[in-house]
Ligand binder design. Structure first.
Ligand code: FAD
Length: 510
C-alpha cells in the first residue's frame, strides 16, 4: 500500500520496491536494472516522475532485459533500503546498482531519449553481467550476416544500417526482443562491402530478408525507430513470444461460437454501439437492484449525454430521449432497476433500443476477447467527438459522465480503478471540447501501451498506439533525435472524421 501511495503505481510499468521485495528485485534479477530512488515530497522528483513513467512506457518491450524500478525513500519503512544504497539526494539513479549520479541537479539525462541511450550504454559497459534475455547489440559484420543468411534459419532478418553514433539499430533490436521469428542487427555504414552489395544509400535505413529470398528495403513513413519497430512487429508470421500464431480468417471463424461477420478494420459500426447500449443498460446496470446516491447521478448523466449526443438511428435516438425525460421526472432518491428496465423496454415502432449484442468491429477471435470493453471505448470516443461537433455539452461533461459510469458500474473493477487514477491525474486540465477528444485518445493509448502483450490481448488485434501510420499518415512525425511525435492537430482532425456520424457503418443492424 505504501509503495502504491508514492509517485508511481502498478499501472506505470515501474517495479515498485519495498523492503520485502528488495532482495528478489535487486539481487536475484537477471535483467539490467535502472532504479530511481526518490522522495515523494521532493519537487524535483515530482517534476521528474512523468519522464520516468514515459520512459517505462517507451521501453516496455525491453522488459525481459531491462527493468525500471522505483523506491520512495520518504516512506519510513523504505528508508533503511535507501540508506543501505548510500542515497543522499533525490532523485538518484542507479544502473545495475552502480550509481549514475547521486546529485539532484546534474549527472543524468532528464529526458526519455537520453535515458534510453544511457540504458544501452550501461548494458554495453557491463558486458560481464549481460542480461540473458538481451540479444546482441553490437554491430554485425558482413561475415556474420553471410553466415546467418546461409543457415537460413530465421523467418526474417532485419538489418538497420546506420552511423556509429546512432542508437536506432540497438533500440529496434530491443523493441523486437519479445517477438519470435525475427532477428534484428545493426550494421555500420563503415561495413562498406555489405553497404555496396545491398546498395544502401541512406543512414539509417532498414533492409529486410525473408527466408529464401533477397534483402529488400523496408518502406516506412519516417526513417526512425518507432516506424521500423511498428512495421517489423506486424510482419506476417512475426508473433509475440508465447502468443498463439495469428491464424487465417477461416480459423477465426472456428474460434467463436457465433458466425464471423467480415468487417473493415477502419470502420466504426453502429451495431457495436447499439450492443454497448444494450449491454450497459440491460446487463451491467442491472447488477444493482436499486440505484441510489452517486450511482443514480452517474446513470442520469449517462442517459442525458446519450440523449444529447448519440448519433443513432431515429428509433434509438427517440428511445434515449424519452428515457432521459423519464429519468428527469423520477424524483425519488432510489430507483429500482426493475422500474428503469420497464421504462427502457417500453417500446413501439418509433422508439426502441434493440436487444442483444452483435459485435462487428469489436468481434474477438475468441469469445473472451474484445466485445463489450471495445464498444465502451468506441462509444465514449464517439460521444466526445459528437459533443465537439454539436457544442451541446460543456468541455468536461462527456468525460465526467464516462468517469462516473466507470466508477459506479463498469464490471471490470481493475479497469475502473486505473481509469479513475488517470482521470484524477489530469482530466481537470481539459478546458475545451477539442481537448476532451484528445484527452480520451491519449488516455486510451496509455491503456493500449500498458496492455500490449497482456493475456487479455487478442493476438489478431494487437494493442497499438492508435491510429497507426496506415490509418493516418499525417498523424505521425518525428522530432529531434528521431523520436516519434504525434501531430495532435492531425490526430484531432482524424478523430473528428473517424468518429463522425457520417462515418458510422450501418451494416449488420437488425
Ligand atoms: P480497444 O482498446 O477496446 O479499442 C477499441 C477500438 O478503439 C479499437 O479497435 C480502435 O478502433 C479504437 N482505438 C484504439 N485506440 C484508440 C485511441 N487511443 N483513441 C481512439 N480510438 C482508439 N483492460 C485491462 O485488462 N486492464 C485495464 O486496466 C483496462 N482498463 C480499461 C479502461 C476502460 C475505460 C475501458 C473502456 C476498457 C479497459 N480495459 C482494460 C479493456 C481494454 O482497454 C480493451 O477495451 C479490451 O482489451 C479490448 O481491446 P480491443 O483490442 O478490442 O481494443
Amino acid at each position: 500500500l505504501a509503495a502504491e501511495a508514492g509517485l508511481y503505481s502498478s499501472a506505470d510499468q515501474v517495479v515498485l520496491l519495498t523492503p520485502d521485495t528488495v532482495a528478489s528485485v535487486l539481487r536475484n534479477n537477471s535483467a539490467a536494472l535502472l532504479v530511481e530512488f526518490y522522495a515523494s515530497w521532493c519537487g524535483h522528483c515530482v517534476a521528474f516522475s512523468p519522464v520516468w513513467k514515459a520512459l517505462a512506457r517507451d521501453t516496455r518491450e525491453w522488459k525481459p532485459a531491462v527493468d525500471l524500478v522505483a523506491i520512495d525513500c520518504a516512506f519510513e519503512e523504505n528508508s533503511r533500503v535507501c540508506r543501505d544504497f548510500g542515497i543522499a539526494g533525490y532523485p538518484s539513479l542507479k544502473v545495475n546498482l552502480s550509481v549514475v549520479s547521486a546529485s539532484m541537479s546534474a549527472g543524468f539525462p532528464r529526458d526519455v531519449l537520453g535515458l534510453r541511450h544511457l540504458i544501452i550504454r550501461k548494458i554495453e559497459e557491463h558486458h560481464d553481467s549481460w542480461p540473458p534475455a538481451c540479444p546482441p547489440l553490437e554491430a554485425a559484420s558482413k561475415a556474420e550476416i553471410d553466415s546467418t543468411v546461409q543457415t537460413n534459419s530465421m523467418e526474417y532478418l532485419a538489418l538497420v544500417f546506420e552511423t556509429e553514433d546512432s542508437y536506432v539499430g540497438r533500440e529496434v533490436t530491443l523493441d523486437l526482443l519479445q517477438f519470435s521469428n525475427i532477428t534484428v542487427r545493426r550494421v555500420l555504414k563503415s561495413e562498406r562491402e555489405l553497404v555496396s552489395e545491398l546498395e544502401v544509400t541512406d543512414f539509417p535505413s532498414c533492409y529486410l530478408r525473408r527466408r529464401d529470398s533477397n534483402f529488400t528495403r523496408l518502406h516506412v513513413l519516417n526513417e526512425a525507430r518507432t516506424f521500423y519497430s511498428y512495421a517489423l512487429q506486424r510482419l506476417p508470421g512475426v508473433v509475440r513470444s508465447g502468443k498463439s500464431k495469428p491464424v487465417t480468417s477461416d480459423l477465426l471463424q472456428n474460434g467463436t461460437q457465433v458466425q464471423w461477420r467480415p468487417f473493415d478494420r477502419s470502420g466504426v459500426y453502429m451495431s457495436d454501439l447499439e450492443s454497448a447500449l444494450h449491454y450497459s443498460l440491460r446487463v451491467e446496470v442491472a447488477a444493482r437492484s436499486v440505484i441510489a446516491g452517486p450511482a443514480l447521478d452517474a446513470l442520469r448523466s449517462y442517459i442525458s449525454v446519450l440523449a444529447k449526443n448519440f448519433p443513432g438511428r431515429p428509433m434509438v435516438k427517440r428511445k434515449l430521449q424519452s428515457l432521459d425525460a423519464w429519468m428527469k421526472s423520477w424524483e425519488e432518491g432510489e430507483l429500482p432497476y426493475s422500474s428503469l428496465r420497464a421504462a427502457l423496454d417500453q417500446s413501439n415502432q418509433t422508439a426502441a433500443l434493440p436487444r442483444g449484442v452483435r459485435w462487428v468491429g469489436c468481434q474477438g477471435s475468441r469469445p473472451h476477447f474484445r466485445g463489450y470493453p471495445c464498444s465502451v471505448w468506441t462509444l465514449f470516443h464517439l460521444l466526445t467527438v459528437q459533443a465537439l461537433e454539436t457544442g451541446s455539452s460543456g468541455p468536461l461533461e462527456v468525460l465526467w459522465t464516462m468517469r462516473r459510469y466507470m466508477h459506479n458500474f463498469f464490471g471490470c473493477r481493475y479497469c475502473a480503478t486505473h481509469f479513475e487514477q488517470m482521470a484524477e491525474e489530469n482530466m481537470d486540465s481539459v478546458t475545451m471540447l477539442s481537448e476532451a477528444v484528445i484527452w480520451l485518445w491519449a488516455r486510451h493509448n496509455q491503456v493500449n501501451n500498458r496492455l500490449a502483450g497482456d493475456l487479455s490481448e487478442d493476438p489478431h488485434f494487437p494493442k497499438i498506439q492508435w491510429p497507426p501510420p496506415d490509418q493516418c499518415r499525417e498523424c505521425h512525425g518525428v522530432k529531434g533525435g528521431g523520436e516519434h511525435a504525434w501531430n495532435q492537430a492531425q490526430v484531432l482532425a482524424f478523430l473528428r472524421s473517424h468518429y463522425s456520424a457520417q462515418h458510422l457503418n450501418m451494416t449488420y443492424l437488425e
